[in-house]
Design a protein. Structure first.
Length: 339
């Protein structure tokens, strides 16, 4: 059975019929009274008219009160559709257009120094196999007061440490590979190097023979964003700092003298590199002043995690060589722990 519904017009008509019926009954009652009491018909008609008017007036007041109560909430509370339209049409405020600002607080100098001093370092320096010279990189690390695992020129130890990480199985904070001696690190070692970089280690690589290992080193060079350009031959060569304001060239040693060159190695003494299309490589030192895209010998890349030197360290004088390696080490560790 269908539920009862409210029809406003029908209700009004029903009330009107009711009023008329009431009026008729009252009229008959009054007339009946007039016949029995003998009162005049004019007086009775006036009384009937006043009674009906007062009844209608009371009914109108009641309808107005009901109508006011039913319409007031609708005016105060918009419908769901109105709320959605209002929200959709509202113009965005300035706050919604502002990018989120993330404040990065730099480490206090004492905390940064503490982290650098506690860094886990691995050193491979194949000049340890030669007794006729000094290990410049080892000397730089000792002067900085850093602890490190020294693989010397033991190629087997280097392979194991690249693959397994630190004694507790964690990635090295910094791996230094100085393949200066003519036996060189080549072939499969570039795969181990990439694996260590993928595990999160920072790295400094010195190599002089990329043209002979280019097929193996190409994946690493591609990530860095450089390509082999040409050999370096003949000594002494002139080299120039291409970005004097770069921290690698300034901290902690400034005023590096790259004209302090020696003829320790002769013949093929290194490689010239040029920037590739991809990668974030920055040429810091090169053979042509102001040329930042080619003829480079010292490159930083891979989000400040890799420094590549393609010129033999012992062709620098000792003072310059040690100062330059100190800057390499400090820069990569500072970049690592500042993040």
């Amino acid at each position: 059975m269908e539920p009862l519904r409210s029809y406003p017009n029908f209700n009004k008509q029903l009330r009107a019929v009711s009023l008329i019926s009431i009026g008729i009954l009252i009229t008959f009652a009054l007339f009946g009274c007039s016949f029995s009491l003998g009162e005049s018909s004019d007086i009775k008609e006036t009384q009937i008219s006043l009674f009906i008017e007062s009844t209608l007036l009371a009914e109108q007041k009641t309808e107005l009160a009901i109508s006011s109560q039913s319409t007031q909430p609708a005016q105060q509370q918009p419908t769901v559709t109105q709320q959605v339209q209002t929200t959709t049409n509202a113009e965005p405020t300035q706050a919604t257009l502002q990018p989120i600002q993330v404040e990065v607080t730099p480490l206090p100098p004492e905390e940064l120094d503490s982290r650098i001093q506690s860094a886990k370092l691995l050193l491979y320096e194949d000049m340890a196999n030669r007794t006729d010279t000094i290990r410049y990189i080892k000397a730089a690390l000792d002067r900085m007061g850093l602890d490190y695992k020294d693989d010397g020129g033991a190629i087997g130890w280097l392979k194991n440490d690249l693959l397994t990480g630190t004694p507790d199985g964690q990635p090295w904070d910094l791996i230094i590979i100085s393949a200066e001696e003519r036996s060189n690190v080549r072939g499969e070692f570039f795969n181990y190097i990439i694996q260590a970089l993928d595990q999160g280690s920072s790295m400094i690589i010195e190599t002089w023979i990329l043209e002979r290992s280019y097929s193996d080193a190409s994946a690493l060079l591609s990530r860095c964003g450089v390509e082999f350009q040409a050999n370096l031959s003949g000594t002494p060569l002139r080299m120039f700092i291409l970005d004097p304001e770069n921290p690698v060239m300034k901290e902690p040693n400034n005023n590096l003298n790259l004209s302090d060159l020696e003829s320790f190695w002769s013949g093929d003494i290194g490689d010239q590199m040029k920037k590739a299309t991809d990668g974030d490589a920055k040429l810091l030192v090169g053979l042509k002043p102001g040329e930042v895209n080619s003829s480079g010998t010292i490159i930083v890349c891979m989000d400040n995690r890799l420094i590549l030197q393609t010129y033999s360290t012992h062709n620098f004088g000792r003072k310059t060589a040690e100062a330059l390696w100190e800057n390499y080490i400090y820069y990569l560790l500072k970049s690592r722990f500042s993040q």
